[in-house]
Design a protein around this ligand. Sequence first.
Ligand code: HEM
Length: 190
Amino acid sequence: MIKGPYWPVPLGRRDGRVSIASESFTLPAPFANITQLKAQFLSKGLSVNDLAVLSGGHTVGISHCSTIATRLYNFTGKGDTDPSLDPRYVPQLKRICFPTDKTTLLAMDPGSSKSFDEDYYNVVLKRRGLFQSNAALLNDKTTYAYVKLQAKSHGYIFFKDFQASMVKMGQIGVLTGKAGEIRRHCALIN
Ligand code: HEM
């Protein structure tokens, strides 16, 4: 539907029988820097390259203004804006997002946020990625090289890489032995 790639999803994964909210706190934060992002991905068996590739998932979808409010309006507590954001983009974002706005939504890849393409990497390269975790990709030589490569690859390499990294990500924390269960429906316990 969004013109993205397909990938094989290995079946028979053992999954948990409970959801514990606190376990999701290990997800990277939008204000994570490159050192934190690399460490968090590594702790789940994902490489720096996987970080660069999977961040491309932000080619689709939206963010809440509230997620970037601090970055726009009070970056260091002095009413300032994150200098790593393109200064020409800041007024546009501020016109859409007011400081206390909790409901307005922003496209993460404006212009093509409903189609899966490599365009997100152009956004990051132009320093228009919405989160610090997007901008962070410019601060490591591997992720920076990947952003630059994808920004002009027309999707082909990105699609292949994304397929492989998605399969890898799907294998994080698989339960083994008698732990958990293989679900009959992936979104529900049996
Ligand atoms: C690298 C670490 C990541 C961070 C820090 C991060 C952070 C975020 C944040 C803050 C939002 C918006 C939340 C909101 O304001 O509503 C978001 C949305 C989204 N993320 Fe990520 N993300 C990361 C990795 C990923 C990965 C690996 C994928 C998929 C491969 C992904 C796919 C998406 C999608 C599709 C949305 C849009 C959801 C929607 O439209 O409702 N993200 N992410």
